[in-house]
Design a protein around this ligand. Structure first.
Ligand SMILES: [Zn+2]
Ligand SMILES: [Zn+2]
Ligand SMILES: [Zn+2]
Ligand SMILES: [Zn+2]
Ligand SMILES: [Zn+2]
Ligand SMILES: [Zn+2]
Ligand SMILES: [Zn+2]
Length: 1755
């Protein structure tokens, strides 16, 4: 391609020009010219196209270099008037930097805000500043930045306290006010001005340039080539996949290239995808457009001339350069600001800065980012120009927002997002309001963009299209801006500010008028609504505006005049709204109990009603403020109080509350879910402050101005209950005539709701202004009522409390007075519990309780009372007094209409047979009566001596009822009810009421005479105690019975579930199933001290207890003895690859096909672990079960492609009893019988026999090999087999056919999983893998016991004991299922590593062998040799010889790797081990004679003996576990505890001398040649000289990586992490491997790699390299632990980081500081060390099916 050539030509073409070019000369030429502008443009026109964009592949390094030399250098020379390196340095020296930090945040970088000192939550600090600030000791909030924005350190307006960190503390001697330009010469200023003006103009010209094929005047290149780019632009419509697919088609690139193109387009906003002549590019363009235009608008593509692209590239470079240069000096920065904001020739709003802003939405993402960045480092860092810029921004505000509506980019890359930097500065916001009328501008822009209205001019969201919904989302950002403007309240008001604020409020009320009454609903009768109406948009609007409304009120609260004006305006608006809707409603007159009132006829259930009433609610808010600020009493003349019509005020809020009641009563069922949702949000904590709460206040305000009887009649009428209570005989059940059950039920609920509403109107006094309370009383009360439900975590409480605009609930100030904190354990979270003394403030009818909350709270509080031995009444709490403006509300309690209603309900309760009443109704009536009594008691207490208390509730309730005349009084009815048998539950409450009445009567009598108050409700209970005791006992017995029943029910439910799952298998009862879960009967663990010394290996080994092993199959419940010739029994098992113990994570994975696993390297880099849940089945039962699972799975997949937590295709299944993940089964085998032959050969003799046997096998095997392969030499010495060694004898397998089959099953599974290969039972490596797994599992368990500080024996759960036994015994039997010669071949090679054998090539050197693996393998493979030996040589003797030999080899291995001694160690050993020290010195010196200088000289044996003794211990413990389980020998009791003297016991048990050196010294002559052989292996010398991996002993247990205590350190680390593949890009999901500490770029295209032919994410790929398929990660941005296993399994796990409230923050949403909880981290580490991660995932997936569907491999 032509492009490639030109690529190479670049340097040479420019070479001559470059050599002749002098920046200095150019600059001095420029100093002379008159038209500098033209001159510089010519220079750029000449050079820019020669440097940039010369081929398809950009070459940033050389471009940057050339641009620096040819373009920037002359500018800098000109600017400085001297060599820039000295000039700029001088500038920097003279600079007095501003105190602003201004650090611009990277995506994902941690930011800190102070909840106590920040002016608003947008004020943040960078980590550096935070750590040096006072706020780190405060209650701070930590979040991760979304990119953009900068550190506010040094901004005095952003912080109420501590605005500077240590670094940015201003120097007092500096005069901050000084003009930074004062230090510069006028010449310098002029030059600077010139350069900045030209460069900025150039950049603006080029970035806003929209022609593809020509350049601005003055920049046309002298020689124009015919090269073009096909430029692809970013949009938010098309997905990655679409772009990648299209590009592959259009420009014929590979998938990889397409991914890279797409990534760049996404990041930079554009990318050239083709270079060449015009036609060539045009063709690609048309393909792209054609391919992407089908569903949506096509991708934007332009064919651009290369010189245009070149200039645009340099324009970006130039902006970078400007940003760089102004960094040297604040003076330069100020000049740049001046240049940028200078008015252009077109007049207002034509400066370069304006031009950029106004073209923002036309620019590509990369360009926007660069110039935004420059704005931030220039305009926003200079306080003077920040103000000027803010004014321009406000002037352009409307246009910018309008452009943004059409822009298809996210807000972060829009210039409109700068509003947060400008509007949140309080002085600036105030200035913009007064001077630019910003508040009005914002609201008006907002209203203009919501165009859809109905006939009355209200918003109509019903028919919003997706396009409009998108716009609606965008418009909401304007509300955010308004919030910034209002967030700090003025402390002083100027007349102008008042005027502009009220103007803003006017506009705001216009907006509200469009909302008042929007989305009205009409009750659906007959059929169900056809389509759920749209409701979310309206609620979203309301929700977004909530804080704005509250803030508006708070602004009003700071100035009386503003408040009065606002109140008037709001009232006018409300009157205006009402004029529209009330006509057509008939006037009627209601009368009841001797009172009558005029109102209108209106039925919520028949006419339109709307839940949106912002005007009424704003007025309610302002009304409360009038009361709170006492304006109402001080300036009554200024208020339009006479204009208020209370019935008008309450009308709409009342309708809304009635609507809720009717919905609860089920009358609106046919209106569908949208209404239910609306009602839910109306009460929800996010909305209620400006919805439900304000409606209630409006009712209170209205009622306080009305006759209570009138108020109640209107309420009754709106509830459509008037007819029930108004009829003359209402006390006789109201529903006689009404037989429709539904209607009766509805009316009952409505009466309950209405009574509740009355309680709220009279009782809710915790809003400052309504009642005489402080602000914190309200929040205290909220918390108390939440905690009355149950103890709660901090985050739960936060969720239940309304947040203000700063996301604060105010909880911290008061929580400690009402609650105590209980710390969490290893699981769960910290909880707050209510302080007992606060329980008396509990109000069962708390207005923010949902019905569910209410009944939970009731239950909890009754339970508490029972526990405290109190009576069961839950009377109303004491209430604070009303504010004067609301004081008349108490009269509702004693008004005639209410008393009439109370009397009626009580009468119904007395005669329940006839009437349909409800207990809740009665309960509410009792509560209301209680409220009346408490009110009277309060007033009596507080009244002064001579003043008579007019509130006389007791008197009123003692009077006979009026309608019908002379019925029983309320009090009489209560006394009557006290003994009613059907009201048992309410007795305590009635008793409480009657006692109150008595006590108040006494009080009244006493006040008349002595004026003292004594009695209160809870005295004199003695007489009840006795009854109560009896009742209590009965109740407890009942509770116990219920609990038992519940448990039984749960159990049978569990069983049923289990049986259903496995129907095919279970025919019989499962009664005993749970009892027989383990085999522990079969193995004797309990130590017996009768045997003097237990020995587990060698001819002297103790006999296993001869006991029949009988186990029970968990599937068929039959018992079965374990015998070689009986039916096979198997253990469910899970085999997995493991790197948990690896000491070398750098070792590359093996090639599975050719890897030779016979010898394990001591670095243990890969192993195979086997675990089991310990559950035993018949092999045939298991097979049937597994087949059933398979069949079920097949059916399931066909039906509904559901995944399961286990992969049947891979042999996985869940244990039928415990659902533990398994992938194979291990057969159970009987233990070996000890042989009893007495005379056994010594070491020398055995070595000889063994040598002969091996020779015989060698020659026998050679015969087996096909001739030709090995035809070179026929062995000269045909070795005669030793006597009694029948080399041709093939032994019979002692096992039954099913056991044989299972031997193959488990062997093949281990082989398949361990090597990651396809199963092949013929492969000679099968037995090796089994031995290896046995050794590895033993080692891993040995480590676990050490880590957990548990004794070697007796502390393992049975399942692990069972697993180890069966593994060891399986290992010794598995040769019978393989080819004997191949097993013998393994044996020969294993032995050769110990006893050099010239016929075996390539034995590893002893430094490369893990000795426990060698021991296990050689012992287990010996069976194949022994089967041919009939000489009477016992297996025990051979095991012991091998064990001794390997032990010596291990000691030698350790001596070779022991390293230099530590100098400071105490070297006195007290002589006890003198012998060992001398012996070991002797051995060491022998080794030195063999190896010479490779081993350092050692002075004393003390150090060596220490090393060997500690180093060999894990091996000895492993060997003890191995022989114990292999031979079934009981364990010595001393090893069942951790106590001194273990060494001797362990050595004794292993048949070793406690001075291990005796092994060597007693057989010196025999061992000397071996020693020599080991040392002379070339590998030894090579490794010692640093040529290999040297492992030192003992190997420490691996731990998960250390994590920092403070979580933000991790966030910071992750934020500077860049994706390793896409050149310096930030990673979206940085994820930390907790095993090795690698940071990965997870869940992203860029870092996908191929694994076994499938694309997988970085984490999955890493698990295979680092954890053999199992991974433990921390997702840093989510604060979440991730477990992965294989490619398809995973789950999330709680992170080990907790906040001060003992809670995790998954997703980092709350922002509380998080600290490491070591206990929890250790728990995760334990899961890992136990190899339980996969099991944990299985359980998590079984518990939560959605986890199964996640594509874990993409993480
Ligand atoms: Zn900072
Ligand atoms: Zn700072
Ligand atoms: Zn602070
Ligand atoms: Zn069975
Ligand atoms: Zn199990
Ligand atoms: Zn790792
Ligand atoms: Zn990446």
């Amino acid at each position: 391609m032509a492009a490639a050539e030109s690529d190479r030509e670049v340097p040479s073409a420019l070479c001559t020009e470059f050599l002749n070019f002098s920046a200095k000369d150019t600059a001095s030429k420029w100093l002379q010219v008159t038209d500098l502008y033209k001159e510089v443009y010519q220079h750029l026109a000449r050079y820019v196209p020669k440097i940039y964009c010369l081929g398809p592949n950009l070459n940033p390094q050389s471009e940057d270099l050339l641009a620096q030399l040819l373009l920037q250098a002359p500018l800098e020379w000109y600017l400085c008037g001297e060599d820039p390196s000295t000039g700029l340095a001088k500038l920097e020296q003279n600079n007095q930097p501003s105190q602003l930090c201004g650090h611009v945040f990277r995506v994902g970088e941690p930011t800190y805000s102070c909840r106590e000192c920040a002016a608003d939550p947008t004020c943040v600090l960078c980590m550096q500043c935070f750590l040096g600030s006072v706020h780190k000791e405060h209650r701070y909030r930590m979040t991760t930045s979304g990119g953009g924005g900068f550190c506010d350190c040094g901004d005095t307006e952003a912080w109420k306290k501590g605005p500077y960190c240590q670094k940015h503390e201003p120097n007092i001697s500096d005069s901050c006010q000084e003009d930074p330009l004062a230090h510069l010469s006028t010449d310098m200023i002029a030059r600077c001005y010139n350069v900045f003006a030209i460069v900025l103009k150039y950049a603006v010209d080029m970035l806003t340039w929209d022609k593809e094929d020509e350049l601005p005047p003055g920049l046309e290149p002298p020689d124009r080539g015919d090269t073009y780019y096909c430029m692809l632009f970013n949009d938010e419509v098309h997905t990655y996949e679409q772009v990648i697919y299209t590009l592959q088609k259009a420009v014929n690139c590979t998938q990889k290239e397409a991914v890279s193109f797409a990534t760049t387009v996404d990041r930079d906003g554009r990318k050239s995808v083709r270079f060449g002549d015009f036609a060539f590019c045009e063709q690609a363009k048309s393909v792209i457009v054609r391919n992407t235009s089908r569903q949506s608008k096509p991708l934007r593509v332009q064919v651009m001339h290369s010189s245009v692209v070149a200039h645009q590239c340099f324009a970006l470079k130039a902006l970078h350069w400007l940003g760089h240069v102004i960094g040297y000096s604040d003076a330069l920065r100020r000049i740049l600001c001046q240049v940028g904001l200078e008015r252009g020739p077109e007049g207002e709003n034509s400066s370069l800065v304006d031009t950029l802003m106004l073209c923002d939405s036309k620019m590509w993402k990369g360009a926007r980012n660069v110039y935004h960045q420059l704005f931030m480092s220039s305009l926003l860092m200079d306080l003077k120009y920040k103000k000027l810029f803010a004014i321009q921004f406000a002037k352009n505000y409307r246009r910018l927002q309008t452009d943004f509506m059409e822009d298809d980019h996210e807000r972060v890359v829009s210039v409109t997002s700068l509003s947060v930097q400008l509007f949140t500065v309080p002085t600036m916001a105030r200035m913009l309001i007064t001077e630019e009328n910003l508040m009005t501008t914002i609201i008006r822009t907002f209203v203009d963009h919501l165009r859809h209205r109905d006939l009355q001019g209200r918003f109509q969201f019903e028919r919003y299209t997706a396009q409009q919904a998108f716009k609606f989302r965008r418009v909401q950002s304007l509300i955010g801006d308004l919030k910034y403007v209002l967030i700090s309240r003025p402390t002083e008001w100027s007349d102008q500010l008042r005027e502009k604020f009220l103007e803003g409020l006017d506009t705001f009320l216009e907006l509200f008028k469009c909302m008042q009454g929007m989305d009205p609903v009409v009750r659906q009768v007959g059929q169900h609504i056809e389509m759920e109406p749209e409701w979310e948009a309206a609620f979203t609007l309301q929700m977004k505006l909530t804080h704005i409304i509250s803030m508006m009120q708070e602004w009003c609260a700071t100035d009386e005049r503003v408040l009065i004006e606002a109140y008037k305006k709001c009232l006018t608006a409300l009157t205006h709204c009402h004029s529209g809707f009330t006509d057509g409603e008939q006037p009627i007159t209601l009368s009841m109990c001797g009172h009558s009132v005029d109102t209108i006829r209106y039925c919520v259930s028949q006419e339109k009603v709307s839940i949106h009433l912002p005007v009424s609610r704003l007025l309610a808010g302002l009304h409360v403020l009038l009361s709170k600020m006492e304006v109402a009493y001080r300036f009554p003349e200024q208020l339009p109080l006479s204009e208020l019509s209370p019935p008008m005020l309450i009308e709409h809020p009342l309708r809304c509350l009635v609507l809720c009641a009717q919905v609860h009563a089920g009358m609106w069922r046919r209106n569908g879910f949208s209404l239910v949702n609306q009602i839910y949000y109306y009460h929800n904590v996010k909305c209620r402050v400006e919805m439900f709460d304000k409606d209630l206040i409006m009712l209170q305000a209205g009622a306080s101005m009305m006759d209570p009887n009138h108020f109640l009649m209107i309420v009754l009428s709106r509830f459509e209950l008037y007819h029930i209570f108004s009829s003359a005989d209402c006390r006789k059940s109201y529903n006689r005539e009404n037989t429709n059950k539904d209607v009766v039920q509805q009316n009952n609920t409505l009466i309950e709701e209405m009574l509740h509403l009355i309680m709220m109107v009279v009782g809710e006094r915790f809003e400052a202004g309504v009642g005489q309370v402080e602000g914190c009383d309200e929040i205290k009360r909220e918390i108390i009522h939440q905690l009355c439900i149950r103890p709660m975590a901090h985050s739960e409480l936060v969720k239940a409390l309304p947040e203000n605009e700063n996301k604060e609930t105010g909880m911290e100030r008061v929580i400690d007075c009402v609650a105590s904190f209980k710390k969490p354990g290893v699981t769960g979270r910290g909880l707050y519990e209510l302080r007992p003394e606060c329980a008396k403030q509990f109000n069962l009818y708390f207005h923010h309780y949902s019905r569910a909350d209410q009944s939970k709270a009731e239950e909890a509080q009754r339970k508490l009372k029972r526990q405290n031995g109190e009576d069961m009444a839950l009377p109303p709490p004491m209430l604070p007094p009303f504010s004067p403006l609301f004081a008349s509300l108490v009269n509702i309690l004693q008004c005639d209409v209410l008393l009439g209603m109370l009397g009626a309900v009580l009468q119904w309760a007395v005669e329940p047979s006839g009437g349909h009443w409800s207990e809740s109704m009665l309960q509410r009536v009792l509560h209301l009566i209680g409220m009346g009594l408490l009110e009277e008691q309060q007033q009596l207490k507080n009244s002064s001596e001579d003043h008579d208390v007019s509130f006389n509730f007791t008197l009123k309730i003692s009077r006979p009822g009026e309608a019908p005349s002379n019925t029983a009084s309320v009090l009489a009815l209560l006394e009557n009810l006290q003994n009613a048998p059907h009201l048992e539950v309410h007795k305590d409450m009635i008793r409480w009421i009657l006692k109150m009445v008595a006590s108040i009567k006494t009080m009244r009598e006493l006040t008349a005479t002595t004026y003292t108050v004594t009695a209160s409700g809870s005295h004199g209970q003695e007489e009840m105690v006795c009854d109560k005791d009896k009742a209590e006992r009965k109740r407890k017995a009942e509770m116990a019975r219920l609990r038992r029943e519940k448990i039984m029910a749960q159990m049978s439910e569990m069983q049923r579930h289990f049986i259903n799952e496995n129907k095919e298998l279970f025919k019989q009862s499962l009664e005993e199933l749970y009892a027989s879960a383990s085999t522990s009967t079969s193995l004797e663990h309990s130590p017996t001290s009768s045997d003097a010394a237990l020995v587990c290996v060698g001819p002297r080994r103790s006999r296993p207890r001869e006991k029949r092993q009988v186990v029970t199959c968990i599937l068929c419940q039959e018992e079965q003895e374990i015998r070689a010739d009986s039916k096979a029994m198997v253990l469910a098992a899970f085999v997995q690859r493991s790197t948990v113990m690896s000491k070398n994570r750098k070792r590359p994975p093996h090639d599975p096909e050719h890897y030779d696993p016979l010898f394990m390297h001591p670095d243990l880099s890969f192993g195979t672990h086997t675990g089991s849940c310990g559950h035993i089945m018949h092999s045939h039962c298991w097979q049937r079960y597994f087949e059933a699972v398979q069949a079920k799975e097949q059916r399931r997949q066909q039906r509904l492609r559901v995944h399961t937590s286990y992969d049947v295709g891979n042999g996985e299944f869940l244990c039928p009893l415990c659902e533990c993940l398994s992938n194979t089964v291990i057969p159970l085998l009987p233990g070996t019988k000890g042989s009893n032959s007495c005379e056994q050969p010594g070491l020398g003799q055995w070595l000889k026999i063994s040598g002969q046997q091996i020779k015989a096998m060698h020659s026998a095997h050679r015969k087996l090999q096909p001739v030709g392969v090995d035809a070179v030499e026929e062995t000269e010495e045909q070795c005669p087999a030793p006597e009694n060694f029948r080399i041709d004898y093939t032994p019979m397998s002692p096992y039954s056919s099913t056991i044989k089959e299972m031997l193959t099953t488990f062997g093949t599974a281990t082989y398949k999983v361990g090597l990651k290969v396809h199963p092949n039972e013929q492969d000679p490596r099968v037995p090796i893998m089994c031995w290896g797994s046995c050794a590895y599992t033993i080692q891993s368990i040995e480590r676990l016991l050490v880590d957990e500080e548990k004794p070697l024996f007796g502390s393992l759960p049975c399942r692990q004991d069972d697993c180890l036994s069966s593994l060891a015994r399986f290992g010794s039997a598995c040769w019978t299922a393989a080819s004997q010669p191949s097993v013998q071949g393994h044996y020969i090679r294993l032995v050769a590593a110990l006893i050099p054998d010239p016929q075996v090539e390539t034995s590893p050197c002893i430094l490369d062998i893990d000795m426990l693996h060698l021991l296990v393998s050689v012992v287990l493979s010996y069976g194949s040799v022994h089967s041919q030996d009939s000489s009477g040589l016992s297996v025990d003797a051979v095991q012991l010889h091998f064990f001794h030999l390997i032990t010596v080899a291990h000691m030698v291995q350790m001596l070779l790797t022991s390293g230099p001694e530590e100098v400071t160690m105490e070297q006195e050993s007290g002589g006890a081990e003198r012998e060992e020290e001398e012996d070991i010195c002797a051995l060491y010196n022998t080794l030195r004679t063999h190896l010479g200088s490779s081993l350092p000289e050692v002075a004393s044996g003390w150090h060596l003996w220490r090393c060997v003794k500690t180093g060999i211990l894990p091996y000895l413990r492993g060997a003890a576990l191995f022989f114990h389980h292999l031979n079934g020998v009981p364990t010595p009791p001393e090893l069942h505890a951790i106590c001194p003297g273990q060494w001797e016991v362990l050595c004794g048990y292993l048949s070793l001398p406690s001075n291990l050196l005796q092994l060597y010294h007693s057989q010196k002559e025999l061992l000397e040649p071996l020693l020599y052989g080991w040392c002379s292996h070339p590998g030894v010398r090579q490794t010692l000289q640093g040529g290999g991996v040297l492992v030192s002993f003992p190997r420490e247990s691996n731990s998960l990586i250390d994590l920092p205590d403070d979580y933000s350190a991790l966030i910071n680390q992750a934020s500077s992490f860049t994706c390793p593949k896409s050149g310096g890009d930030k990673s979206r999901a940085p994820t930390l491997c907790l095993v090795c500490g690698s940071m990965l770029c997870s869940q992203s295209y860029c870092c996908q790699t191929e694994l076994d032919g499938e694309d997988v994410g970085a984490c999955t790929a890493h698990t295979f390299a680092c954890g053999a398929g199992v991974g433990i990660f921390l997702r840093v941005r989510e604060s979440q632990v991730l477990f992965l296993s294989g490619k398809t399994k995973g789950c999330f796990y709680a992170p080990p980081y907790l906040d001060d409230y003992g809670e995790t923050d998954q997703g980092l949403r709350r922002g509380n500081p998080l600290h490491l909880c070591r206990q929890r981290y250790r728990k995760i580490q334990k899961l890992w060390r136990q190899h339980s991660v996969t099991e944990e995932i299985g359980h998590a997936q079984e518990a939560n099916q959605t986890l199964v569907g996640i594509d874990w491999q993409h993480l």
